[in-house]
Every structure is written in C-alpha cells, then in structure tokens.
Design a protein around this ligand. Structure first.
Ligand SMILES: [Zn+2]
Length: 269
C-alpha cells in the first residue's frame, strides 16, 4: 500500500524520505544513491576508544559535511551525541540534551544523509525483540543500515558517559564514570546503526542506538527500552566511508596489538 509522503510531512522536521513511503516487503528497502544516501560515514573507530584515545580528531562542523543524521561522543568521552536534522545534541550527566556548536570536537561518530524508508509500526515490544525483528524485516544482517524508531516508549533506560580529562583512562575504566537514566512513558526518537559482525572492532557488531526525547529532557546511549507504540524506518547502506585520524600523534603511536578490542567493546557497548 502506497501512502505517498504523508508520513514524511507528518514528521518532516526529523526525517526526509526518498520516493513514496510503502508498507511493504523488506526487499523493497534498498540502498539509494541519490544525495549519497547509500554511504555511511564513520570518523574514528570504536577500537580506538578501548585504550583511551579520546582526543577529539574532527568537529561537528566537519561531520555535517557528510550527513545530517548520526551518533557519536565528544572529546574525552564528553557525553552521548545524537544528530537529527543537522543539529547535534549532547546528552551529558544531567540527562538533558543541549545543542553543541560546530567547533565541538569528536573522536568517534557515525553520520549519513537521511533518506529513511518506512518499515512498519510496532506496539508493545521490548528492545531486544524489536531489534531482532528489524534485522529480520530488513533481511540484511551483513550490511550496515540505520534505523529510526519514533513513538512512545513505555520505558527507556539510557546512559551518558561523564567527560574524562587527560591522561585518559581506558574504555573499561570509563564504565565506572557514567550516569544512567530511566524514564517511563516518553515520546521521542531512537536512532541507531546496525553493523555486521565482521566489522566488530571498527564498530560494535549489531545495534548501537542513541535516544532523544521530543522535549529534550532525556537522551543518551540506549541500554534498554520498551516501545509502547511507534513507527520504524530503515535506511540501508552499500558503502562504508571509514575516515581515520591519521595525523593524531596518539593514534599514530599506539600499538593496538595488546588491546582486548572485541571483548572490551562487547562489555562496554
Ligand atoms: Zn553510544
């Protein structure tokens, strides 16, 4: 059933759609190369964060040249970032979201040009189940894709890492310096990226999801959630553009061969 741009108009502030919005088969969700919407741009890797390479190596302004929608963290693991409609919000230890300026420094981020396609509506479903169904509906476990879930969450549990200072601790040590938030009956947007298991290390295999409530009073890295009622949108990428901080002295000098990259990422993320 084709419902044209109705959903796009309704939520146009956050999302842009390509073509008509259909409630249809998963095979219809394909990479779209208009406006580079088939490209996921990643600055830095999660592996870099494992030994504590938290120095900012790009800016929000530079990232926004590669998209309008994304997630990341600030220099020194300064909060959790969510970028919607070209505005980057940072959720820090208060749980509140604040827009950050273009010169805000970032060690790690994913960003892309939004061209989400409507997948389905889901009701009364836990995060794990929801994520499993999204992968199954996309039928693409070996492909990078982004997902947006907009609606009412019966609960959402998020965390925000607290900004660290030099000399930086390791990612494992940072786990002791985070604020955890729990909120019931909240309307908002969950934005996530799915990475294939073969890219574990460069990214976290599976989903990496951040949240922002419509009233901006809670957000962060999603630990758990239950969706009361919401719409699911997907965007599949056929290209990963991996940008590395090649001039950063710490990155150039670090020997990653002794870091327990995969185990630490699985535990921390
Ligand atoms: Zn995160």
């Amino acid at each position: 059933m084709v419902s044209s741009f109705i959903a796009g108009v309704e939520e146009g502030r956050v999302l842009r759609y390509v073509g008509s919005v259909t409630q249809s088969r998963a095979s219809d969700i394909k990479p779209v190369s208009d406006n580079n919407a088939n490209v996921l741009y990643q600055h830095g890797t999660l592996a870099q964060l494992v030994p504590g390479l938290f120095e900012g190596t790009t800016t929000i302004g530079q990232l926004l040249a590669h998209g309008d929608t994304g997630i990341g963290t600030g220099e020194g693991m300064d909060g959790e970032l969510i970028i919607l409609d070209s505005v980057a919000y940072k959720v820090s230890k208060s749980g509140l979201a604040q827009a950050v300026p273009p010169d805000f420094m970032v060690p790690f981020a994913n960003i892309h040009h939004a061209a989400f396609q409507y997948q389905c509506e889901r009701r009364d479903i836990g995060l794990e189940d929801l994520n499993r169904k999204i992968v199954a509906a996309n039928g693409r476990a070996n492909t990078f894709f982004s997902v947006i879930v907009r609606g009412t969450f019966s609960f959402i549990k998020t965390r925000a890492v607290i900004k660290q200072h030099r000399p930086y601790p390791t990612l494992e040590e940072v786990a002791d310096h985070q604020a955890v938030f729990l909120r019931h009956d909240v309307e908002g947007t969950m934005l996530g990226y799915f990475s294939p298991v073969m890219f574990n290390g460069a990214a976290v295999a599976g989903f990496h999801e951040h949240f922002l409530s419509d009233d901006r009073t809670i957000g962060g890295h999603v630990l758990d959630a239950a969706l009361d009622r919401g719409k699911v949108y997907s965007q599949v990428f056929d290209t990963l553009m991996q940008h590395l901080p090649v001039d950063n002295p710490q990155y150039r000098a670090h020997d990653f061969s002794h870091d327990n990259i995969v185990q630490v990422i699985e535990k921390a993320e």
